[in-house]
Design a protein around this ligand. Structure first.
Ligand SMILES: [Fe+2]
Length: 200
């Protein structure tokens, strides 16, 4: 199996003005394509080329040493960015009443959730991600460095934000909190809830 760059589910300019078209295009056609290419190069000629990306990341600690770092960085990058594209949408969606109860049970309410998530994402040192993961039937906020994915820790993400500078620097420069606030306007609530209820 060869991994391929998934098409975006919307046009490069669809998330304007929150995320600009140039950032979207570079992020997708250069950064994400780069992770896919390097992942394929690392796996070429190995039995691991037949595995799914989820299987690879879940077994990252027992992969052969000669491919482990490449799979962690580029397989993680591929999975993270595929997930990230789907978690955003130009359509305005609202959480269901049922999911609001999950948010309330885990964080005390939507406002508290938003603030905690924004604070944690803003506080990621250097390049990494902030995630909301499913723990039993509750939600928790975690971070990962670089392109690590929660699957590497046995966790499942329902929401995540890329806080590498490449995700926001052209428009927001060093103001990461502004980008996080913009991201909040783009969250595909339907996809979040699907992630909460499905296996992946
Ligand atoms: Fe990125």
């Amino acid at each position: 199996m060869t991994f391929t760059l998934p098409d975006l589910p919307y046009a490069y300019d669809a998330l304007e003005p929150h995320i600009d078209a140039q950032t979207m295009e570079i992020h997708h056609s250069k950064h994400h394509q780069g992770y896919v290419n390097k992942l394929n190069a690392a796996l070429e000629g190995t039995d691991y080329a037949e595995k799914s990306i989820e299987e690879l990341l879940q077994s990252i600690d027992i992969l052969p040493e000669n491919i482990r770092t490449a799979v962690k960085n580029n397989g993680g990058g591929h999975r993270n960015h595929s997930f990230f594209r789907k978690i955003m949408s130009p359509e305005k969606t609202e959480p269901s009443e049922e999911f609001k109860k999950v948010i309330a049970g885990s964080f005390g309410g939507m406002d508290a959730f938003k603030k905690t998530f924004a604070d944690v994402a803003a506080g990621v040192f250097g390049s990494g991600w902030a995630w909301v993961i499913k723990k039993h039937d509750d939600l928790e906020i975690v971070t990962t460095p670089n392109q690590n994915n929660p699957l590497m820790n046995g966790d499942r993400a329902v929401l995540g934000i890329d806080v590498w500078e490449h995700a926001y620097y052209l428009k927001h420069q060093n103001k990461r909190p502004d980008y996080i606030e913009s991201f909040w306007n783009l969250i595909n609530r339907d996809q979040v809830e699907e992630n909460f209820t499905s296996k992946f």
